[in-house]
Design a protein around this ligand. Structure first.
Ligand code: UDP
Length: 327
């Protein structure tokens, strides 16, 4: 029997690469695409000799076809606020032209389609916790709008391809996720704090640290996504961990898990930084029989070896480049 073939756009990214692993483990052959704007080949290095795996460096904003596929997972998009604000226009493009191109591939091959949507669709939410029926509170012109509106457009496009062309679509709304393969310098809170704690630098808490986030460990997130991939639901489903922490609490957890003596330093809060985020996962529980199993402390411990190694490698790179530049 021929294997089912899955396409993962953004396959060299943090979530995309973990998804490739899960799909291969579930018996799919996988083709991963990435333009490597924020993704890294290191994330896929372990799949180099895997017979069912193929990688192509490609920008999905240009129309493309990769032959027969049974499932399209559209995970291509810068995801860290620092990255998407630096690459604002690319983010808008990949969430619009890129998503339409990926949907066209699914339509052409009669493949199922999953769009990696996000809790950013809720903006700075006035409803707490957030249920899927909440329409959100998004600033359409603020600095985060390049990401938020691109993802909201992607949701609209996904629903339209389901309504008009009967593409079999899935819309997970992914909340903050962390774990191995995040770049230490990607600017998101957990890699930042881990990096700072392991280097003995101050942990930079933005604002007064009272804003909240709900952090899902990557293996739980991928398990939820895989279950949704195989369920029959077109409407959005929150996939996240409802354990909610203030950013100050998150900093303290990182200090505790790393055993670091770093101090906490308050820095200005970025514009439109959401004050609270917490998924209501009743729908995922009922529909998928899924809920996260790994709490923040356990997930940070599971991530520690990866971050230690990543910080060591980066320090070595920095000292080599200092030597070559003669500083
Ligand atoms: N944050 C922080 N210090 C950092 C990085 C982020 O206090 O070094 C805060 C940020 O202001 C936000 C939260 O941590 O309130 C989560 O930020 P992140 O960039 O990880 O993702 P977001 O949920 O905002 O997309």
């Amino acid at each position: 029997m021929t294997k089912l073939r899955a396409l993962v756009t953004g396959g060299a990214g943090f979530l995309g690469s973990h998804l490739c692993d899960a799909l291969l483990a579930n018996g799919y052959s996988v083709i991963a695409l990435d333009n490597l704007l924020t993704g890294r080949l290191d994330n896929l290095a372990h799949l180099h000799a895997e017979p069912g795996f193929e990688f192509q460096q490609r920008d999905i904003c240009e129309a493309f076809d990769v032959g027969r596929v049974d499932y399209v997972f559209n995970f291509a998009c810068p995801a860290s606020p620092v990255d998407y604000m630096e690459h604002g226009v690319e983010t808008l493009r990949v969430g619009s032209a890129g998503t339409l191109n990926a949907l066209e591939v699914a339509r052409k091959h009669g493949a199922r389609f999953m769009e990696a949507s996000t809790s950013e669709c809720y903006g700075d939410p006035l409803q707490h916790p957030q249920t899927e029926t909440y329409w959100g509170n998004v600033n359409p012109i603020g600095p985060r709008s390049v990401y938020d509106e691109a993802k909201r457009f992607s949701e609209a496009a996904t629903m339209a391809y389901q309504r008009y062309y009967h593409v079999d679509t899935r819309l997970p709304r992914i909340f903050n996720t962390y774990g191995p393969r995040m770049q230490v310098k990607d600017g998101r809170v957990i890699p930042n704090f881990m990096d700072q704690a392991l280097r003995g630098e101050d942990l930079t808490v933005y604002g007064d640290g009272s804003q909240t986030r709900s952090f899902c460990y990557v293996s739980d997130e991928i398990e939820g996504l895989m279950r949704l991939a195989h369920a029959t639901e077109h409407d959005p489903v929150n996939i996240g961990n409802p354990g909610e922490f203030t950013i100050l609490e998150c900093a303290e957890k990182v200090l505790q898990v790393t055993g670091s003596k770093s101090r906490i330093r308050l820095e200005p809060l970025p514009q439109d930084d959401p004050k609270q985020r917490c998924p209501d996962i009743a729908k995922a529980k009922t529909l998928l029989g899924w809920e996260p199993r790994i709490d923040l402390e356990t997930g940070l411990k599971l991530s520690l070896d990866y971050f230690r190694k990543a910080v060591r490698e980066r320090s070595a790179q920095e000292s080599t480049s200092r030597k070559t530049s003669g500083d």
